[in-house]
Write a protein that binds this ligand. Structure first.
Ligand code: FES
Length: 116
């Protein structure tokens, strides 16, 4: 993974530390679908011109309700209540088409751009 261009990094709270976040089976199935669809669409290919899509399974994103929570960088878009079906839609619409799905967004935390 050395010196690769990255288009997006997806962080999924899939093994929640807090039971208020989501049930573990929904987290597990969402994570499983995220892994499989990235593979199916060849988005983890290091030779992808737009850059590789990274994924990380996390224990907590400090939201802890309405999960599973999916955070997409560099966009700073937070999705709530994801599921295997929503993961699919998010990958097609947000990652491939560049159109976030507003109805499922729970927060936006854009990164401040430097002027240099
Ligand atoms: S346990 Fe999922 S965001 Fe905290």
């Amino acid at each position: 993974m050395k010196n690769q261009i990255v288009s997006h990094h997806l962080l999924l709270c899939a093994t929640p530390r807090k039971s208020s976040c989501c049930d573990k089976s929904t987290g597990a199935s969402s994570w499983k679908r995220l892994k499989s669809i990235l593979k199916e669409l060849n988005l983890e290919n290091s030779k992808r011109p737009e850059g590789i899509v990274l994924r990380s399974k996390v224990d907590c994103l400090r939201v802890c309700k309405n999960g599973p929570i999916l955070l997409i960088w560099p966009d700073g878009i937070w999705y709530g209540r994801v599921s295997p079906k929503r993961i699919e839609a998010i990958i097609y619409k947000h990652i491939l088409e560049g159109t976030p799905i507003n109805d499922w967004i729970i927060n936006k935390t854009p990164i401040k751009q430097s002027n240099t």
